[in-house]
Structures are given as structure tokens and as C-alpha cells.
Design a protein around this ligand. Structure first.
Ligand code: NAD
Ligand code: UD1
Length: 338
């Protein structure tokens, strides 16, 4: 298939690019680099051994999006492009609505005009908020606690309406749990700008000496060791789920909303310990107050993905830490600045 990856220069998109090319697809990356580096394209070329078709594109520019689709034929779109910082979304909700919801509407409009009828959308476990029980199934109550989460929920709903209005249009909403790790080459990985919000990149930066110590947000949660429990998923397993979702859309001609997680809960301290082993170095930390908006425990019931996509996670916490550390130690400051 000829596939457009919107936001394909970002962390998850770059890994999905590698998997889709390996599966024999013809893949084009479109991005505005608002949260990524052009340096990723050279790395993708190095990994795949071929030039990376790239289109500069800002999804907020409706005319540019429509114009782009008018000159290109695609069988499917994988849509990663979004702003994703929870804290920032609370400070600047309109920017999040404009970029994530407005950008997606422009994309859907462009796809419709051009007759592109398959979409894989990056949703998030954030749509479950503070779940009533774990593991979380797809039919759990949906509830959002911040503007970022709301953009994901709204987009799932809008995409659902579009699918219902047009029997030919099919979408797979993938609800990612906590993506971590990197491609085994160490050439691509997560490269956050500024102070990392998420646990694994913070640990990586402590390990490589960019930060003194990790703050563990709360030691009094009702969990195995008092620290927050999440479902960390290796980004290469997650990348594979996109290829499987595209195959599903072609094969089954129907839409789907599915969890992409391992089904295993891992605490903050368990992840710190696993990372320390993988990197063979201490990770200094101190337990501090809980982070506002955090929840105790969230992990997936991934059985629907297994039944529908034939997908299950294969890589465990050890591989996640080993590969994250390979990326970080080979690229202490992230991608080279051009
Ligand atoms: P990322 O920021 O690394 O990648 C997103 C990419 O989209 C970036 O390259 C950015 O430049 C691009 N982009 C943003 N707005 C754009 C626009 N208007 N036009 C064109 N390009 C634009 O993030 P990621 O971690 O790779 O996440 C990918 C997707 O998965 C996002 O939609 C995110 O909300 C979702 N998600 C991520 C996580 C996570 O923990 N990383 C978890 C759940 C869901
Ligand atoms: C965060 C987002 C969520 C998003 C998800 C994607 C918030 C409130 N939620 O969730 O919307 O979908 O990322 O991956 O930002 N932790 C520390 N110290 C740190 C960082 C994190 O102790 O410096 C703890 C957290 O309290 C949590 C765990 O580590 O228990 C994981 O945190 P994080 O990586 O931010 O992911 P989520 O909280 O699951």
C-alpha cells in the first residue's frame, strides 16, 4: 500500500515508518517538525537503506492539506500528528484544540476529497481517565481529565461519526498505553524538548547525566510498592500494531477501537530497577508529592487486539530499558542539530 504518515517524524511515527517499510509498503512522511527534528530522516534512511519520501506539511493549513492530497494517491493514512503534553494543554487549551482537532478535521477533509478511505489514528489510554478497574477493556467508561485527553476523545467520536456516515470509510483507533524504548539500532528514539514529562525519558536523562535525580511522584499510592503502575509498551511492538491495523482495515472492511498495551502493570520503582540493571548504573531518585491529575494504576486488557489484529506484545521491560538506554547513550543530546 501507499501510506501517508502524518506526524511521521515524531517518536512513534518514526518507528512505525521502519516497520511499514520492512513490510513492503511505500511510505511518505509528512510533518511540520513542531515537536521533532529533521535529523530523524537521515537516521530512517540509514536504517532502511533507502531515501525517505518527505513532505513538509502543517495540518492546521487546510488548503495545503487539500492541495497535497490532490497531487498524491494514498491507500491509507496513519495519523500521529498531535501536541501531547498534558500540562501544556491545561495552560494553552485552544492551541491543543486548534492543532489536534482542527488539524485532524483538515486531514479528514483532504482524505475525503481525495477518496482515501482508511485511517489509523493515534488515540491514548488517557481516554479512560481514572479507570474503575484494571485491566481496562475498550468498553470501560470514558472520561477525560485534561484538554489533551479531550482532544483524543473528541477525535475518536468525530472519526466514529464519519465512519457511520460513509460505509466505505474505515478507521482503527489505537489506544496506546505507555510507549517506551527505541529501535534496536539505537539510531532513533524518544527525544523530548525541554524537561521530560514522562517517566522513561526522564530516567534516560538521569542515567546519561543530563539530570541529577528522578522525582518519583508519590510513594503512597495503593499499589504493589506505593508508586504509580502503568502498562509500558515497547515502541517496536506498538509500531507493529499499526501495520497489523492497516492489514485489518483492508481485510475486514470495518472500523475498530482497540487497546495497544502489554497487559502487565509495572511500578515506577520496578521500572527504575529494571533500567538500572539494563544500563548497569545507579538511577538516583527521591520520592516527592503526587503529581496532580495522576492515577494509581492503569494497564490494558489487550485481548481484543489479539483477537482482531492477531497482535500481541512480544518485548518485555528488559528489552524496553535496554533499547531506551542504547538510544540515549549513543545520542546523549538526542538528534544532532542540523
Ligand atoms: P511526537 O510529538 O514525537 O510526534 C508527533 C509528531 O507530529 C511530531 O513530529 C510533530 O512535529 C508532528 N505534528 C504535530 N502537530 C502537527 C501539525 N499540525 N502538522 C504536522 N505535524 C504535526 O509524539 P509521539 O509520542 O510520537 O506521539 C504520536 C501520537 O501518539 C500523538 O498523537 C500522541 O498524542 C499519541 N500518543 C502518544 C503517547 C506517548 O506517550 N508518546 C501515548 C498515547 C498517545
Ligand atoms: C502521561 C499523561 C497521559 C498520556 C501518557 C502517555 C499525564 C498526567 N498523563 O501519563 O495523558 O496519555 O503520559 O504516555 O501527564 N512519574 C514519576 N516521575 C516523573 C515522571 C513520571 O514518578 O518524572 C510517574 C508518574 O507519576 C506515573 C508514571 O511515572 O506513575 C508514568 O508517568 P508518565 O510517563 O508521565 O505517564 P502517565 O502518567 O501514564
Amino acid at each position: 500500500m501507499r501510506i501517508l504518515l502524518c506526524g511521521g517524524a515524531g517518536y512513534i511515527g518514526a518507528h512505525a515508518y521502519v516497520v511499514l517499510v520492512e513490510r513492503g509498503h511505500d511510505v511518505v512522511v509528512a510533518d511540520n517538525f513542531s515537536n521533532s527534528s529533521p535529523g530523524v530522516l537521515a537516521r530512517l534512511r540509514q536504517i532502511t537503506g533507502r531515501p525517505v519520501p518527505f513532505q513538509p506539511l502543517d495540518l492546521r493549513d487546510r488548503d495545503a492539506v487539500t492541495g497535497f492530497f490532490a497531487h498524491q494517491a494514498f491507500d491509507a493514512v496513519v495519523h500521529f500528528a498531535a501536541l501531547k503534553s498534558v500540562g501544556e494543554s491545561c495552560e494553552r487549551p485552544l492551541d491543543y484544540f486548534h492543532n489536534n482537532i482542527g488539524g485532524t478535521l483538515n486531514l479528514l477533509h483532504g482524505m475525503r476529497e481525495a477518496g482515501v478511505e482508511r485511517l489509523v489514528f493515534s488515540s491514548s489510554a488517557t481516554v479512560y481517565g481514572d479507570p474503575d478497574h484494571v485491566p481496562v477493556r475498550e468498553d470501560a467508561r470514558l472520561q477525560v481529565t485534561n484538554p489533551y485527553g479531550r482532544t483524543k476523545l473528541v477525535m475518536e467520536e468525530l472519526i466514529g461519526d464519519l465512519c457511520r456516515s460513509d460505509a466505505g470509510f474505515h478507521a482503527a483507533n489505537l489506544r496506546y498505553f505507555n510507549p517506551v524504548g527505541a529501535h534496536a539500532s539505537g539510531l532513533i528514539g524518544e527525544d523530548p524538548t525541554g524537561i521530560p514529562n514522562n517517566l522513561m525519558p526522564y530516567i534516560c536523562q538521569v542515567a546519561v547525566g543530563r539530570r541529577d535525580r528522578l522525582s518519583v511522584f508519590g510513594g503512597d499510592w495503593p499499589t504493589v510498592d506505593g508508586t504509580g503502575v502503568r502498562d509500558y509498551i515497547h515502541v517496536m511492538d506498538l509500531a507493529r500494531a499499526h501495520a497489523d491495523a492497516l492489514d485489518f482495515l483492508v481485510r475486514e472492511r470495518r472500523s475498530l477501537t482497540v487497546n495497544v498495551g502489554t497487559g502487565q502493570g509495572v511500578s515506577v520503582l520496578q521500572l527504575v530497577e529494571a533500567f538500572a540493571q539494563a544500563a548497569a548504573r545507579r538511577i538516583p531518585y527521591q520520592v516527592v508529592a503526587r503529581r496532580p491529575g495522576d492515577v494509581a494504576e492503569v494497564y490494558a486488557d489487550p485481548s481484543l487486539a489479539q483477537r482482531t489484529l492477531g497482535w500481541r506484545a512480544e518485548l518485555g521491560v528488559e528489552a524496553m530499558c535496554r533499547d531506551a538506554w542504547r538510544w540515549q547513550s549513543q545520542n546523549p543530546q538526542g538528534y544532532p542539530v542540523a
